[in-house]
Design a protein around this ligand. Sequence first.
Ligand SMILES: [Mn+2]
Length: 256
Amino acid sequence: MARIQPPKRTRIYFFSDVHLGLDTPERERSKERMLLRFLDTIMRDAEQVFIAGDLFDFWFEYRSVIPSGHVRVLGKLAELTDAGVRITFLAGNHDFWLKSFFPKQLGVEVSLEPIERNLYGKRFFLHHGDGLLRNDTGYRMLKSVLRNRVSIFLFSLVHPDITGMIARWSSRTSRQHTGKKTYEGNDMVDFARQKIREGFDVVVMGHNHQPHVERFQNGTYINLGDWIDEHTYAVFDGRRITLKTFRANEKRERRG
Ligand SMILES: [Mn+2]
């Protein structure tokens, strides 16, 4: 009897800014369905998966409590790691407050800082993308408060139902603030260009929800877009990284 070969996993996938929990229940259900279909599809050939932040519209984790919901997605991530896929979750500005749930329960590595990784001999730099605008000192100050150990500890003393309420409010405010910022002058592209000058081959970011590919002489910058309107992701085959749009019927459109 012929042995069925295990799937050959060679592809490395990147996506970000799903913002689970952001929308109406109907829209959330359809977004979740699409994401699950995507994760099922990539399970066939994924060697690694990077989630570049804001998988959730809000995630604040206590030592023994996590936000309710998202169970299908969490289960699917566990299924992937069980199947041998390495998953790295880089925290975004909406889901920075991660503790041990992802590594311990799902086998997903978590990083609270930008990631430098050598993939198939190429140097990758992964950054969620928040806090890079030049004229945004206000956000950078807020970011250092939100990421401060003392303020996280104090926040963790508040009942989860209350933090959930504060979070939904602050998430809305943050989105309005981010929406108002102009991306003219393209500070994110400048940042990527600088990283490539420093010797990185590929810079991957998310955060501004605008899918974008820019190929420089010595490297490539990719913005992953989002899973609210765009359903975009990047795939690296060892030589070239490409930005694509996921279609539920699995036909993949090239973005450049
Ligand atoms: Mn973000």
